[in-house]
Structure formats: C-alpha cells, structure tokens
Design a protein around this ligand. Structure first.
Ligand SMILES: Nc1ncnc2c1ncn2[C@@H]1O[C@H](COP(=O)(O)OP(=O)(O)OP(=O)(O)O)[C@@H](O)[C@H]1O
Ligand SMILES: [Mg+2]
Length: 243
C-alpha cells in the first residue's frame, strides 16, 4: 500500500515495517491520562510536516485553548503548516487556519439536531475545504455522548463504513475503563484495522510507567510486545520492557 504513516515513536516505528497503512482506521485506546491525545497529535503533527500530507484534529473532549496549552507545555510548539484543528466542544466552533467563508460552510452543515449524520456532513465539508489525508477524532466515547444514536452498535458500524469511504487514515481515540480489557464500547474493536493501546503499569509499590503496545495492525508485520513509553523534548521513545 502506498503512503504508510510512521507513529514517530523511536523504537516502535522500527518494529512495524513502514507504519500505519494508508486509509486504515485505528483505535488509540487507553485509560485516562495515558497521553492518548498527545500521541495522536504528535502523529498528525509529524506526518503533516512532510510532503503534501494534510491533517485534521477534531477535538470533542478538550476545548482548543485548553488542548493547545497542554501541547505547548509539552514543548511540541505551533502546529505544522498542514495541520488543522477543529474544536467541536463549544457551541460556536473555534477555528485554526480556516478562513471565515470556509468556517461558515461547516457551520451551515451544523443543524440543530445533533446526530451522526450532522457530524458526517461537517467532516465532509471540512474534507472539501481542507482536503485532509489524516484525521484524528478525540474521542469516540465523547462522540457517542454528543451525537444522538438510537442503536449505537448499528450506527457505529455504519459510521466505520462511512469513514472507510472517506478514504483517509483515521485515528479514533478511545477510553478504556480501569477494570475492563475491552478497547472500546459497542464492539467496534473488530471494525478497526489497527489497535494501539497505551496504559499505566505499576512497577512495584512506589512507581508507575506508561506502556504502548500495537495490539493489531492489519497488513503489517509488527511486534505485539508492550514497550515503555517516554516523552521528553518533543520526542517519544518506546523502550524494551525489562522485568
Ligand atoms: N511535560 C510533560 N511531560 C510528560 N508528561 C506530561 C507533561 N505534561 C503533562 N504530562 C502528562 O500528560 C498527561 C495528559 O496527556 P494527554 O492529555 O495526552 O492524555 P490523555 O490520555 O489524552 O488524557 P485524557 O484521558 O484526559 O484524555 C497528563 O496526565 C500528564 O501525566
Ligand atoms: Mg485526551
């Protein structure tokens, strides 16, 4: 497949051939605070620095200012030229890098009924305006809360099919519960082409470490081992776990 995308995590990229295949739908799953949003943003930011790749980060969970405060504090800095951030958390959406007429077009697609069809129309309008190749939706559980679904299992199945037809590479951030091994609600695990899990692991009684694991990645010969995830100076690193 053409256009694979590296995670830009040293030590893990080397363990998954050329990276995430083009047009895959990936679940990035983890318990709260495991740096899911940061990993997803870093993936988008690094990949949009290159070539003609454009990316859209759709935040449903944290408003744009709050999110950018976190990103800036981590030293990741200003978004790459081709990275667009769209904030769905406020009633009046905030925009980064879209001009007024483009923003109005997406506002027009935002009718009062908040169902998945509304969201699909907004994403399609953004695709028309930006022409993005990479999409992050942060997060799936908030999407399920924000958009009315009569039959979530069935509607999410159709949402995945619709995402496939959008022909972009998608990262869906999803929340795992502390006491369940499930990567997502409503059995969407099998619909995803890839699952990346981030977790917080206790090391003895006084220490914890973050772990990252590529649980599945269709079409890629990858390691399924967990690695210790470290972040410093705008760089993610995955280290072999020593027991
Ligand atoms: N400078 C820093 N270096 C390393 N880690 C940091 C730094 N600043 C914050 N963090 C960690 O990043 C975490 C938040 O990252 P992020 O928002 O990406 O996580 P998340 O998994 O998306 O969280 P949530 O479950 O709230 O959505 C904080 O809980 C904190 O532990
Ligand atoms: Mg988050």
């Amino acid at each position: 497949m053409e256009n694979n995308y590296k995670l830009h995590i040293d030590g893990l990229d080397e363990k998954m051939e050329d990276g995430v295949p083009n047009k895959h739908i990936i679940l990035l799953a983890g318990t709260p605070g495991t740096m899911k949003s940061t990993v997803a943003y870093h993936f988008l930011n690094e990949n949009t620095k290159q070539n003609d790749t454009k990316g859209l980060y759709l935040t449903l969970e944290q408003d744009k200012d709050n999110f950018m405060y976190h990103i800036n504090k981590l030293g990741i800095g200003e978004p790459a030229e081709n990275l667009y951030l769209y904030d769905l958390t406020t009633t009046r959406e905030q925009w980064l890098k879209l001009d007024k007429s483009q923003a109005e077009k997406v506002d027009d697609a935002n009718v009062s009924t908040k169902d998945l069809e509304t969201l699909k129309r907004q994403i399609e309008t953004l695709k028309g305006a930006i022409g993005f190749d990479l999409l992050v939706i942060d997060s799936l559980p908030v999407l399920e809360m924000m958009f009315k679904m009569d039959d979530p299992r069935d509607e999410l199945f159709h949402f995945f099919k619709w995402l496939k037809k959008l022909c972009v590479t998608t990262v869906l951030v999803t929340e795992m519960s502390q006491d369940s091994p499930k990567y997502s609600k409503h059995d969407v695990d099998f619909l995803a082409d890839g699952i990346i899990k981030v977790s917080m692991i206790p090391i003895g009684p006084t220490k914890t470490a973050r772990h990252i694991q590529v649980v599945k990645m269709r079409g890629v010969n990858h390691s399924t081992d967990p690695f210790e995830l470290r972040y410093s100076n705008n760089r993610f690193e995955a280290l072999k776990v020593i027991m």
